[in-house]
Every structure is written in C-alpha cells, then in structure tokens.
Design a protein around this ligand. Structure first.
Ligand SMILES: Cc1cc2nc3c(=O)[nH]c(=O)nc-3n(C[C@H](O)[C@H](O)[C@H](O)COP(=O)(O)OP(=O)(O)OC[C@H]3O[C@@H](n4cnc5c(N)ncnc54)[C@H](O)[C@@H]3O)c2cc1C
Length: 379
C-alpha cells in the first residue's frame, strides 16, 4: 500500500508518462536526443526526489512508491525510467552518505533535473566480475587520485556527477573497493556516448575516463570495506524495480494486443474470437500475473525487513525472461500493424535485452539461484 500523498504523486507520473514520454519515446528509439527540458519536467513532479529524505528537499516516500513510479514510466519507455531512477539513486546516496555541506551544494541541481548522475562499476575489462575492476584510487594529501575507465553506464553520456567504484588495494580484492563522488566536468574526466542498434538514447548509456583525477577526501562516500557490500544491497533493490519495469512493459503490450484483437477482423470475426489466437494471450496474462506476484512478494519481504537477495534475483530473472519471450509473441499477434512506430513492441523488445544485463545479468543471477529453495510451507 502507498499513502494518499504517494497516490497523488503516482497519478502525476501516470499523466506525465501518457502526455510527455509517450509522445517523445518513438523518436528516442530512432536516435533523437532527449530534450533536457523533459528531465527538468520529470524532476518537477518529483521523479528525482521519491526516496530522498524530506530534510534534503526530497519527498520521503518509500521504496514501493519508487518501484511503482519506475513501472509506470517503463510501460512507455524503459530507458527513460532507468535514466531517472539512476539520477534519483545518486541523489539519495548523496543525501545519506555525503557530508551535509557537500550534499546541500550538490542536491539542488540533481533534484531539479538540471544535472543527471550515474553509478559506475562496469569497465571495458570487468562486467559480471565487478570485483576485478582496474580503476585505481591512490591516497594523496587531502584526497585521492583516481585513474581508470568505466563503460556501459546509465546516464554517463550526460551525467554531471558519478559515484565511481575504484580499487584502493590490490586488484581483485573486493574489500579494497571504495566509492567516490566525482564531478565529471573536471578537466581530468572525458565522457562519451555508447550507442548500439538498440537505441541507448533515453537510457543515456555512455562511459568516461578519469585521467589521474584528484578527488578531495570529503568525496569518499563509502570507504573500502563497506562500498562493495553497500552496492550489492542497493542492487538487490534495483533488481525489484527492474522486474516491475519488465512486467509493466509486458502489461502495456498485452493491453494493446487485447484491444487490437477486439477490432481486427480475420475470416469474418475479430481476432479475439479465434480460440488459438486468444490462447497465446491467455498464457501471457497467466505468466504475467505470476511475475507481478513475485514482485509483490519481494516488496512485501522488503516491508517486513526480510533478506530479499534470492526473491529479488528471482523476480528479475522471471520478469526479464517473460518480457524476452512474450513481447515478440505479442508483436506477432498484432500482425504487420504491430511493427508500426506508433506501437511500443519493437522498443520494448530491445529494452528487455538491456534489462537482462543491467543490475546483474540473467546468467549470473541464475548461477546464484541454483541453491535457493523457495518452498513456502512445511512439507
Ligand atoms: C544498457 C546498459 C546499462 C548499464 N548500466 C550500468 C550502470 O549504470 N552501471 C554499471 O556499473 N554497469 C552498467 N551496465 C553494465 C552491466 O552491469 C554489465 O553489462 C553486466 O554486468 C555484464 O557484464 P558484461 O556486459 O561485461 O558481460 P561479461 O561479464 O563479459 O559476460 C558476458 C556474458 O557471459 C555471462 N557470464 C559472465 N560470467 C559468467 C559465468 N561465470 N557463468 C555464466 N555466465 C557468465 C554474462 O551473463 C553475459 O551474458 C549496463 C549495461 C547495459 C547493457
């Protein structure tokens, strides 16, 4: 359950998704850059402030509200939802972990959408095995000198701030990894976009290089010994909202196919009156209900303060796999019309592929779930 204030906020997110994101998303999928004014409009309704404490200018809502907001946006454009939630998560981390004076200096631009932000672990030589990162932080008087490269990072093509994870000890030592807040406008940083045939525009994928970038002590957000554990916990939460986002993509596509099936006539009757056409959608709806239930189970466990490591991973694997399987089926069920740009099928099919890699790839999560027993009753 979310309270009345959160419900009002979510109603605004729905209107924004319908009136603004839905209008722009087809062009983003074709490579058109996101107008920065759209980020400030999104921030205007609170999308960068959801869980940020009220004392720092945030809305102070709970995790469930963030998950719902992400799902509502992703039903229209997964990439745009990911871009916003990544800036949001950095703002929240800055509010919680940065010295108060630094937080008060940085938060206004992040919370108003004038600046975006990213969280960077992945490197050209270290993805799944993030602990093998080569980016190095060396102690210097009054701060740290960071050298290294990050790639495939949400928002990195336009982010002003990054929380960068770097090795302070020997390579491969997870306990030596620390998190630093870096200003990417520093002359020692260079940023670039990462593009692909699946549009990376709205998700803002990019990378950056830090060339012996000096970072003052106060910007060490999470010291070695705590940083790697903290990011693994944060990623558990991310898996739940990515799961909800994939469910929402399938929900949106299913609704379109269902209503199209009521009007499109073949062999003298609507598609939805053909039992074998309807059966495919029924199977999709059944699997979708199960996927939403797994998201809800993970949220309930979070509310109860339980460990959600396995549930979050299972919810993500299940929802992403569902999206990868059902979105092409739903596109096919629309016939040729489903390929038109006004529909979201092709866009969401690409997004499900991105989702399968972000916040723990399907293969890596399955590796961990092999020893999980989810049985809820005594047998
Ligand atoms: C759109 C997008 C946005 C991203 N955003 C961010 C971000 O904001 N911040 C960030 O730090 N990273 C981000 N990433 C990077 C993402 O976390 C990595 O892509 C992911 O960790 C996988 O790493 P890799 O791509 O280097 O694949 P690799 O590690 O090279 O793996 C290749 C394939 O092999 C599989 N694999 C690897 N090891 C094993 C194994 N032991 N057993 C079985 N299978 C294995 C992987 O699952 C993958 O399918 C993003 C990626 C994408 C695509």
């Amino acid at each position: 359950m979310v309270d009345e204030a959160a419900e009002r906020f979510l109603a605004e997110v729905r209107a924004f998704a319908r009136d603004v994101v839905a209008r722009e998303a087809p062009a983003w999928a074709q490579g058109k850059r996101v107008d920065p004014a759209i980020f400030t409009s999104a921030a205007g309704i609170g999308l960068t402030r959801i869980e940020v404490p009220v004392a720092f200018g945030g809305l102070g809502f709970g995790f469930r509200t963030k998950v719902n907001a992400c799902a509502i946006l992703a039903a229209v454009d997964f990439g745009f939802a990911m871009a916003l939630v990544n800036t949001h998560n950095v703002a929240k981390r800055v509010a919680i972990s940065a010295p108060a004076q630094l937080a008060r200096m940085l938060l206004p631009d992040l919370l108003t959408g004038r600046a975006s932000a990213c969280t960077a672990l992945t490197e050209p030589g270290a993805g799944s095995d993030a602990g093998a990162m080569q980016c190095r932080a060396e102690k210097a008087p009054g701060g740290w000198v960071i050298e290294g490269e990050k790639t495939w990072i949400v928002n990195a093509r336009h982010a002003r701030h990054t929380i960068v994870y770097a090795q302070c000890a020997e390579p491969g030592q997870a306990s030596g990894i620390a998190a630093f807040l870096v200003d990417l406008t520093d002359p020692a940083c260079t940023q670039h976009a990462v593009d692909s045939a699946i549009s990376q525009v709205s998700i803002g994928t990019g990378g950056f290089r830090l060339n012996r970038c000096f970072v003052p002590d106060e910007r060490l957000l999470l010291p070695a010994g705590t940083a790697f554990k903290a990011i693994l916990e944060e990623i558990n939460g991310a898996r739940i909202y990515v799961a909800a986002m994939n469910c929402a993509m399938v929900s949106a596509a299913l609704r379109i196919a269902q209503s199209y099936g009521d009007t499109r006539q073949t062999f003298g009757k609507p598609l939805s009156h053909h039992a074998n056409w309807r059966e495919k959608l029924a199977e999709c709806a059944t699997a979708l209900a199960a996927a939403w239930s797994l998201v809800e189970a993970a949220l309930t466990a979070i509310d109860a303060g339980e460990n959600v490591q396995h549930l979050a991973a299972a919810a993500k694997v299940n929802a992403v796999t569902l999206a990868q399987r059902e979105l092409p089926m739903l596109l096919h069920a629309m016939g040729a019309e489903g390929l038109r740009e006004i529909y979201l099928f092709a866009r969401h099919i690409g997004s499900a592929q991105l989702a399968a890699l972000t916040d723990g790839s399907t293969a890596m999560l399955l590796g961990r779930l092999g020893c999980w027993d989810p049985t809820p009753i005594q047998l």
